[in-house]
Design a protein around this ligand. Structure first.
Ligand code: ADP
Length: 479
């Protein structure tokens, strides 16, 4: 990062240079004040003791022919007898450079202060003792009582905690334990009514990389959250409303296909089969939208039971067999070791496996191969352990069941691979037109995370893909 000096540092450097390079013991820097132009001392060093050589010389600090201040030399170090001509020349050059440096530092301080002051985002800065040193108007507005004359109020952490439920000490603590460069958190504060803020925090480091303070950015996202909630409620309500007529269409089609009202001819059967397949697809889409709106509003819950993953996998594979037969895809299963029963939500794991195997079938051309393998592994053998921040949710030790779904399908390019778990992400497949919503993998990831596991994918474009996930084999029930 570009290091910009503050004014005090610039004065210190100038005085230190006078001492080290020229041998001056006592000197001061004077600057013209803002209004009348009177010179005022802003920094000095080495008061005279009376024993050293005394000189009084002035060197003007000039910028574009305007004198903005001066350097005054009072006395020299004992080993120096007098200022030589060479010293004089050097001092004149130094004064010129000092004028530029001082003006630059002044401008920087003023502009950075006004940027912080004008920002619509809240900015708080703390010093090395964790005390508040800067609190810009936007932060003040977010955290304060809405009083007209608020400048007189002394803002302390205690006041913010008591009055606004804004616990800065706890946030600083969380930032330090997170060890992240930028720590982000969503918090609620109680103003006259509740507000939701995102807090972004990072440490300010000194020259020796030691922390000398923290900068905290605040953004009020209450309105955004409100709109988000309305959208997700709308999706959820519409999906529910669509489900009822769809179930009725599905039931009627089945009744007709089962010839309960009477015989049907071949053409009629064909059309009814088409209706049945499409209602099934619509049903899946609506199900995905409902799941997604639950994820968005953090309402997706798991109902864990002791289950056998082997039995569950067999069930899903059997159910998908007709689709693989239709595409002449070979389906293999490899269960390498006896797999212990685990605590998991059977419906959610069923949905997860159906998503992954469904994708594998969708994206594998006729005659391809799909395999499902299951193995036990310890966390240290899991390649992603420690790589991602999300992995800290996964227990550090212990055994995991790893399930992999591999296919010999169209594969995924590396640039797409990092996004496929993002919501609504679909790879642009001009050469393959495959229907979908881009929600299946988002839901799958959420299901795995709700079980304390992790999902990841490996793929080679045009060769095939492998989707892996691990679930902890915890023996006790986690509530
Ligand atoms: P959908 O399948 O509904 O489009 P998903 O979230 O399940 O949504 O998948 C997102 C995208 O990831 C898919 O559109 C596809 O491009 C890619 N993808 C997922 N699984 C596979 C796979 N087995 N082979 C190739 N591409 C895949």
């Amino acid at each position: 990062m570009h290091k910009t000096l503050n004014l005090k540092e610039v004065y210190d450097i100038i005085l230190d240079t006078l001492k080290q390079i020229i041998g001056i013991k006592s000197a001061s820097i004077l600057m013209r004040n803002e209004k009348g132009g009177k010179l005022e001392a802003v920094a000095s060093m080495g008061r005279g003791t009376g024993h050293e050589a005394r000189v009084t010389k002035k060197y003007p600090l000039k910028l574009e022919n305007k004198t903005i201040g001066e350097i005054r030399i009072h006395s020299l170090l004992p080993q120096k007898e007098k200022l030589t001509n060479e010293d004089n020349e050097l001092l004149t050059i130094l004064a010129g450079q000092a004028a530029v440096a001082i003006t630059g530092a002044k401008l920087y301080t003023a502009s950075s202060q006004s940027v912080v002051e004008c920002m619509t985002d809240g900015v708080i800065m703390t010093d090395q003792n964790d005390e508040i040193s800067v609190l810009n108007p936007a932060a003040r507005k977010m955290l304060m009582y809405r009083r007209k004359n608020e400048t007189g109020i002394v803002l302390t952490k205690e006041l913010l905690k008591k009055a606004r439920n804004f616990d800065l000490d706890q946030l600083l603590e969380e930032m330090r334990t997170s060890k992240q460069d930028v720590f982000t958190k969503e918090i609620k504060i109680s103003n006259s009514y509740e507000r939701i803020l995102t807090v972004q925090m990072s440490q300010i480091k000194g020259e020796g990389e030691e922390p000398i303070g923290t900068v905290i950015g605040l953004r009020d996202i209450t309105e955004e959250k409100h709109v988000e909630r309305l959208k997700s409620e709308l999706v959820s309500n519409v999906s529910h409303e669509l489900r009822t007529p769809l179930t009725s269409i599905k039931n009627s089609t089945e009744i007709l296909l089962n010839k309960i009202p009477g015989e049907i001819n071949k053409d009629q059967q064909e059309f009814l089969n088409m209706t049945s397949r499409n209602t099934e697809r619509l049903n899946t889409l609506i199900g995905q939208l409902l799941q997604f709106s639950k994820i968005e509003s953090k309402r997706l819950k798991v109902n864990k039971k002791l289950i056998s993953l082997q039995e569950l996998c067999d069930r899903v594979l059997d159910r998908l067999k007709p689709q693989t037969l239709e595409k002449k895809i070979t389906l293999k299963r490899y269960y390498r070791k006896p797999i212990p029963r685990i605590y998991a939500d059977p419906d959610k794991i069923d949905e997860l496996l159906t998503n992954l195997l469904g994708n594998a079938i969708k994206f594998t051309p006729e005659g391809g191969k799909i395999s499902l393998s299951m193995d036990i592994m310890t966390s240290s053998k899991i390649p992603w352990m420690g790589e991602s921040k999300a992995s800290k949710k996964v227990e550090k030790s212990g055994k995991y069941v790893k399930i992999s779904v591999s296919d010999t399908g169209i594969g995924i390019k590396p640039e797409d691979l990092e996004h496929i778990f993002d919501r609504f992400y679909r790879v642009d497949q001009s050469e393959h037109t495959v229907a979908g919503t881009g929600l299946g993998l988002t839901i799958s990831k959420e299901i795995v995370q709700l079980h304390g596991g992790k999902i990841w994918a490996e793929s080679e474009h045009q060769k095939g893909s492998t989707f892996n996930f691990v679930l902890p084999t915890i023996r006790r029930r986690k509530r």
